[in-house]
Design a protein around this ligand. Structure first.
Ligand code: NAG
Ligand code: NAG
Length: 617
């Protein structure tokens, strides 16, 4: 940030542009590639769909009136006999009501993808009840537009720097706003829009009167993605007021070094920064400012290359450490779920801006498959999750924060941030499989069983695959038309990757690992493309110790089942001893510390002590 006053930043986009070193702001929504509407893509039968089904069951089970309890109580309305919740939504928990926005988003996803009217009814009921809370502000002494489960005095305190109860008020408020945006966007609910815009007006008014110094001080307290939601409201409304308000949430201490490509993440709370970065990429899209793109790109490079574990997660005890410190921090509290949820949001936007680069989706696949898919317990009817994903020797899933009971989440007594973001993750598993450039190019970025209804071209694409248990995907076309099909050839496959069109034998299409294979064709109903991506056993060394590594087969990180046994340190594995049990599937056996061990896909490792990182012999 330059020396310009933050008050002037508040007053106009032109000034904001000046501060950011941009001479000419041109709103640009012009991403090179676009995702499809959620209503156009659905999962078909698979491990992925099972996750979605369990989360959907929870979305339909939870009592909306219990989720409304703190809002109603805070805004002076009757709580209608509902029981209060426990965990992070208890009536005395500082940032209660942070989770509800994620329910709104997940209900909106559920409606968009599954056409489930009950999900839509729950979302619109909730928005209508929130409108009533907001409408009662005068009676309880809150400013117009304020909406939360805790009093507005918490905002005064965060501004005055006297807040000392652990509350992160803007973090919670961001979540509610993001949920309302999705209910507006996916369900078309105008009440959600009105409540959202009143909240945004309140934020703009409240922050518009702070000095730059006060604002920057306040940003020391985690504020979720306030820059993100305001930039997205700008993208929806074209009203520059919101982009100006978004820029007030540019946290100089964190973003300035990133703009210059300096990794000063060591010691910072990881998810606090990840949320800002999702905002930064939307601010780039909205403003065209190269500086925002530099920040997002440099942060992505640093986090993915120097702060991420083999499974794609980052952070230990929720914090970043020195660059490349991986083997040094193989602990019980690695890989907070929320960080990866946010990193995936950042990744897809960076890729859409630069779709010829395959490494974004190499990371996306790695993190979605090995981290987020496995966070949910496959035996939990309501899709309960673990907060951290432990990577200590003999670790096990189901490690929550100490203050949350340290296990998987529960129906009414957890409401952790990671439980809330996982509601979104598991209702949008399809959102990044297919992409398009106008009606000319179709991308397949992820190998997940699914169906795309490409409405604009009247073409249906079906993807059949059991990857990563086998190495083949069949993409079939119904309907006809000319377009280029681009298939991601992952970096983990071999030069034997091949593409067969309509059983005509190997095509001449180049399928080089770490690139996109392109098939330009006049497609006809019944056309079928078979992609084979040979998998091999590979090691993923820790950046700080080449002698410590995780094992993967193709995209899937493997872990060994140690039952209820404990491990004093990293076992030493004989990599040459690792062999697949059978011709398909992800069951392996190996010798480690002189003992025979069974390995399987890490995403399936629940209810036993496992080992992911090994000392190589
Ligand atoms: C894809 O799977 C569906 C069932 O899930 C099946 O009906 C269809 O025939 C399969 N298509 C191909 C090309 O294997
Ligand atoms: C197709 O190509 C793959 C990889 O180059 C090769 O292993 C396979 O033998 C080829 N198959 C045919 C039928 O040519």
């Amino acid at each position: 940030m330059s020396n310009g006053s933050f008050m002037s930043l508040a007053r106009g986009l032109a000034l904001a542009a000046g501060l950011l070193g941009i001479s000419n702001i041109q709103p640009t929504s012009a991403q090179a590639a676009s995702s499809f509407d959620l209503s156009e893509v659905r999962l078909t039968e698979s491990r992925w769909m099972d996750n979605q089904d369990r989360t959907t069951a929870y979305l339909l089970f939870i009592d909306p009136d219990r989720l409304l309890y703190n809002f109603r109580a805070n805004h002076g309305l009757d709580t209608q006999g509902a029981q209060p919740n426990g965990g992070w939504d208890a009536p005395d928990f500082p940032f209660r009501t942070h989770a509800q926005g994620h329910f709104l988003t997940a209900w909106a996803h559920c409606y968009a993808v599954l056409k489930n009217d009950e999900c839509a009814d729950r979302a619109t009921y909730f928005a209508a009840e929130l409108a009533k809370c907001q409408a009662n502000n005068e009676a309880v002494g809150f400013s117009a537009g304020y909406l939360s489960g805790f009093p507005e005095s918490e905002i005064q305190k965060v501004e005055d720097r006297t807040l000392n109860n652990g509350n992160v008020p803007y973090y919670a408020i961001h979540k509610t706003m993001a949920g309302l945006l999705d209910v507006w966007r996916h369900i078309g609910d105008e009440t959600a829009r009105d409540v959202l815009l009143e909240m945004a007006t309140w934020v703009d008014t409240r922050t518009g009167r702070l000095s730059e110094a006060q604002m920057q001080e306040m940003l020391q307290t985690e504020y979720g993605g306030m820059n993100d939601i305001l930039a997205q409201i700008y993208q929806e409304t074209d009203d520059e007021r919101w982009l100006t308000a978004a820029a007030r949430f540019d946290h100089a201490r964190v973003l300035d070094p990133l703009a210059e490509g300096r990794d000063e993440l060591n010691g910072l709370h990881a998810n606090t920064q990840a949320q800002k970065l999702v905002g930064v990429i939307h601010q780039y899209q909205a403003s065209g400012s190269q500086r925002y793109l530099d920040i997002a790109q440099n942060a992505w490079d640093a986090i993915v290359d120097a702060h991420s574990y083999a499974i794609g997660g980052n952070s230990q005890a929720e914090h970043f450490h020195e660059p490349n410190a991986i083997a040094e921090y193989l602990d019980e509290d690695t890989c907070e779920t929320c960080n990866t949820y946010n990193m995936l949001k950042l990744t897809r936007e960076l890729w859409a801006n630069d779709p010829s680069t395959a490494r974004y989706f190499d990371y996306y696949e790695r993190a979605l498959l090995n981290h987020l898919l496995g966070v949910q317990h496959p035996g939990s009817e309501h899709g309960h999750i673990t907060y951290f994903t432990s990577l200590n020797p003999g670790g096990h899933r189901g490690v929550g924060p100490a203050w949350g009971g340290g296990t998987y989440s529960t129906d009414y007594d957890s409401f952790w941030c990671c439980q809330a973001t996982s509601l979104e993750t598991n209702t949008k598993l399809m959102d990044s499989i297919y992409w398009h450039e106008g009606d000319e190019v179709l991308y397949v970025n992820l190998y997940i069983p699914s169906q795309l209804t490409w409405t604009a071209k009247d073409v249906t694409i079906t993807q059949n695959t059991s990857m990563p248990e086998t190495d083949t995907a069949i993409i079939s076309v119904e309907g006809s038309g000319a377009f280029t099909l681009r298939l991601r050839i992952p970096e983990w496959t071999t030069t034997d990757a091949s593409i067969v069109i309509n059983d005509e034998g190997n095509s001449s299409v180049t399928a080089e690992p770490g690139t996109y294979a392109s098939i330009e064709r006049e497609w006809q109903s019944g056309d079928k493309v078979t992609v084979t991506l040979p998998m091999t056993l590979r090691t993923i060394p820790a950046n700080d110790d080449p002698n410590v590594a995780a094992l993967a087969y193709g995209p899937a990180v493997l872990s060994a089942n140690y039952g209820d046994g404990s491990l004093a340190g990293l076992p030493q594995i004989d990599v040459d001893s690792v062999s697949r049990v059978g011709d398909s599937g992800l069951d392996f056996e190996a010798t480690a510390d002189g003992q025979s061990v069974q390995l399987e896909a890490f995403y399936n490792s629940h209810d036993y002590n496992y080992n992911v990182y090994w000392r190589l012999s």
